[in-house]
Design a protein around this ligand. Sequence first.
Ligand code: PEP
Ligand code: MG
Length: 613
Amino acid sequence: MNFIKRLLKTKKTTVETTLTITSSNGFHLRPIAQFSNEVKQFESTITIVAKDQEVSSTQVNQILSLGLEKGDSFILRAIGDNSSDAIEYLESYFQQLMIDDKEIEEIKQEEESYESISIKGQTIGKGVAIAPIIEYETYERDDNRNGLAFREALKIAKKELYELYIKNKTTDEAQIFLAQQELLSSDIFRYGCTNIKIFRNIIKDEITKLENTRFESRISDYKDIEQRVLSHLGIDTIIELPNTPYILVAEDLLPSEIMRLMDSQVAGVILKKGTPTSHASILLRSFGVPSMIIDDIITPSSEAILDANSGNIVVSPTSNDLEKAYNRQIAFKAFQEIGYQKRFEPAITKDGKKINILANTTDVISAQEAKEKGADGIGLLRTEFLFQENRPTLEEQVLTYAEIMTIFDDITIRTLDVGGDKALPYAPIPKEPNPFLGIRGIRFSLQEQTLFREQLLGIFLAHNQKPLKVMFPMVSSVQEFNQAKTIAKEVAQENNVDISNIKFGIMLEVPCVIFALKEFDKIVDFYSIGTNDLTQYLFATERTHPSLHVSVNSPMLMSALKMIKNNITKPISICGELAGMEEVTSKLLDMGYDTLSVSAKLIPSLKERIRDS
Ligand code: PEP
Ligand code: MG
C-alpha cells in the first residue's frame, strides 16, 4: 500500500511545447533573464531542450550557452504539479518577449565630410562632441582589510543588482541589471563556488565559452559581475577621469563603468569593440552620449571631433572643421529640443481621446520639475516626504501645500502614508514583525490622530477654496474611509474652513477593496490605484523583496485592473509605477483608463507613446 502511495506521489505529469525564436536578436541575455525570472514562480521543474541538450530554464548561463538564434526552436518541458498551467503561461510570456524584443535599428548616418582626415565608424548614440580624446585606463586596488567574506560579497552584489533593477524599472538599463542579477544567481556560482579564486576561474571559463560566438558581447556582463563582487571584497577598480569634458576611447566598457562615466564630464565615447546591441551601447544611447564603434587606431589628441550623426571622428580638426562641428552640434540640440517641446501639448490618442498625464511628486521642487516636464497636474503628492526628517509645523505645511497649489490646478494630495518601509523617526509607529501588514497608511493616521488632524488642517488652510482632491492611503474598508472623512469634516468645522471644493478619495491598493467597489462607489469621490502595493498584496510578494518579482504584464494583475475599471463609476487614475511602463500603456488605454500619474521624467516620452496609440 505504502509502495503505491509512494508511486502515486512521485508520478509527475510532463507537459511540453515547442517554441521558436522569432526575434532577429536571437534569444539573448535580457529576454533570457526575464524568462528565467518568470519561470521561478512555478513549482514544476522546467527545462529547455535544444541542440541535443537539456538545460534548466532558471539558469541563464546554460540557456545562453545554447546560442539560440532567430528561427531556432526549443522544447519547453515542465514536469510536476500544475505543469500545464506553467507551460500555457510561459508560452504566451515567451511569445510576448519575442514581440517586445525589437531589433535595434541601425542609426542612419548623415552625409558630411571634414577637411581633415576622418575615421569612419558605426554610430551607437547620436550627437556631436568636441573635446580632447583620452584613453581609458583602470587599475585594481586591493584593500583587503575592508573586504567581506566571499559568500557575503556575492550575496550583497546580487542584492545591489536587484535594487538597481527595481530603482530603474522604467528605463532601458533596468533589464541589464536584472540580467546580471540572474547571471550571478546561476547554479555555477552557488555550488562549490566558495572562494574568490574559484569564482574568477568560473568567470574565465564562461567567458571562454562566449568568445567568437554571436553572444560575445555578453562577456562584459561576466566581467562586470566579477568587478562588483570584487569591490565587496575590498578589491576596487579605479578609474581616473578628468574633471573637464573629454571623449573617451576604450576597448569596451562594462555597464557599471558607464554608470561611473555619467558622474563625470564625458562628452563622447569611442568603443573599439562591441556592437550596437551590447549592454554598453544600450546604456550610452539611453544616457544620450554621442558614441561610436571604431575598428581602427585612435590616438589621444588635445581637440577632436566625434560626429556620431555622420559617423566621423576627426582627430586633428582644422579651424573650419571645428566651426562646422560646432554648428552641427547646435543644430542637433535644437532638433532634439523640438521633440522635447511637445511635452506641453496634450497626450491625445490617434482616435482622439485625451489622456491626462499627471505627475507623482514629493515636494515643491519635484512639483516644479513636473511642470517643466509637461505634467497636466499632480496625481499623487506623497506628503510623507515632507515629514521625513523633522516634524513640520502647521505653518510650514500650509506654506508648502500652498506653493505647490500655485504650480498646478489639478492636484491630488495623499495624507501621510507611513509604516511599512517608510519610517518616521519621531512618530510612535510600533515595531512589528510584518510591518507591511501592520499599522501603516490610514491605519496609523486613525490610531494616532494628532499628525493626521494637523495635516488635514494644513491642507484645508492652504487650498483657499481652490478645487482639490485629498486621498487616504491603504484604505481597506468602508468604515476606515468614513472615519477618515468624518475626522476631516470635524477639522474643517472646528477651524471654520470651507471644504466644499475638496473631493475625498482613496488609494486603491488593498485587494479586498476590489470586492466592495459597489459600497465604495457610493461614498468616495475618486480612486487612484496604487499598483505598487496592490501588486505586493495580490501576489504576496513584498515590493522590496530582493529576489521575488511580479511581472508588469502578469495576466492576473491585468485582470484585477480590468475588474476594477468595470466595477466603478467614479473617476479613477493609476499612480503606481505600472502607470509609467510603456509596455502596458496600450493595455491600460484599452481598459478605459484615461488618467495616469507617473514620475516626471517619464512624461515627455509617455505622452509621445500615447499620441502613437
Ligand atoms: C502604490 O502603492 O502604488 C503607490 C503609488 O504608493 P506608494 O508607492 O507611495 O506606496
Ligand atoms: Mg502604496
